[in-house]
Design a binder for this molecule. Structure first.
Ligand SMILES: Nc1nc2c(c(=O)[nH]1)N[C@@H](CN(C=O)c1ccc(C(=O)N[C@@H](CCC(=O)O)C(=O)O)cc1)CN2
Length: 281
């Protein structure tokens, strides 16, 4: 039976360290500040944004919240980003995704100053990550790497299979694993014999957004399974991208959903904001 990797516990430990770092910086007269921008009424996004605000509050980080209506124009959002880029109280800017269809997401992400890009989505920060000199690293993949580190998983020479090639998780986590000398395979909807590819993996990172798509018998005996999926099934139930019960029978360690990677995402956002404020000091 696999060990359960407790994301809540790892996140709590790191948040304690972040709070201490925030207090230290405050004594030097600098309060880390994060601007959180939400456009529209997407229920999941509203939940995530309030979780971010609460986490900032608990860590002692100043959070500046902007809740804009669903019909906000791209020009108005860009003007707000420009204002935040020039606000010295703000060290991190986050625009919650997804954005409504009238807004070009890439344009908005590129408008955020790369020096305040707490999400690490700006092409400058993507480029820094890909050349092995990261500045801001995207929060979910960064959280995955911290979890592996906390669990003592050494990626050197290991076979890592990433399922999903999104800009937010799949591609950056592949870069991060490569930087730790793993042999990385990135799979997607056109991958042939997906099950056989996954069976090779010492570490499986599932970030495909399809409920329980990864079956238990795809998992090599003793593999580590990181499930990034947060899929809502029915009214309330959350499940990951992996069939948790079946995969637990074969894996040596596995992240649950909820309570696995999810809590690390917001933790690394706080961390990125603190680091950005430290850089200004
Ligand atoms: N600008 C961004 N937008 C989005 C990001 C992001 O990193 N930056 N990621 C996701 C959503 N997300 C953060 O915004 C996020 C997802 C999940 C969790 C989380 O803690 N999940 C919990 C369950 C919470 C629940 O009950 O719904 C868990 O898995 O245990 C936090 C943040 C898309 N947009």
């Amino acid at each position: 039976m696999a060990k359960v990797i407790d994301g809540k516990a790892i996140a709590a430990k790191i948040r304690t360290e972040i709070s201490a770092g925030v207090q230290e910086l405050k004594q030097k007269g600098i309060t880390p500040g994060l601007a959180v921008v939400l456009v529209g009424e997407d229920p999941a996004s509203r939940v995530y944004v309030s979780m971010k605000e609460k986490a900032c509050h608990e860590a002692g980080i100043f959070s500046d919240e902007y809740k804009l209506s669903a019909d906000t124009s791209e020009a108005d959002l860009l003007a707000l980003v420009d204002k935040l880029n020039n606000d010295p109280k703000i060290h991190g800017i986050l625009v919650q995704l997804p954005l409504p269809p009238q807004i070009d997401t890439e344009k908005v992400l590129e408008a955020i100053s790369p020096l305040k890009d707490a999400d690490g989505f700006h092409p400058y920060n993507v480029g820094r990550l890909s050349v092995g000199k990261p500045l801001f690293q995207p929060c979910t993949p960064y959280g995955v790497m911290i979890m592996l580190q906390e669990e003592g998983v050494d990626l050197n020479g290991k076979e890592v299979v990433v399922i999903g090639r999104s800009n937010i998780v799949g591609k950056p986590v592949a870069m991060m694993c490569l930087a730790q000398n793993a042999t990385v395979t990135v799979c997607h909807s056109r991958t042939r014999d997906l099950a056989d590819v996954v069976r090779r993996a010492d570490v499986v990172i599932a970030a495909v957004g399809r409920p329980e798509m990864v079956k238990g018998d795809w998992i090599k005996e003793g593999a580590v399974v990181i499930d990034v999926g947060v899929n809502r099934v029915g009214e309330k139930k959350l499940v990951g991208d992996v069939d948790y019960a079946a995969a637990s029978e074969r894996a040596s360690a596995i992240t649950p959903v909820p309570g696995g990677v999810g809590p690390m995402t917001i933790t690394m956002l706080l961390y990125n904001t603190l680091e950005s404020a430290r850089r200004t000091a």
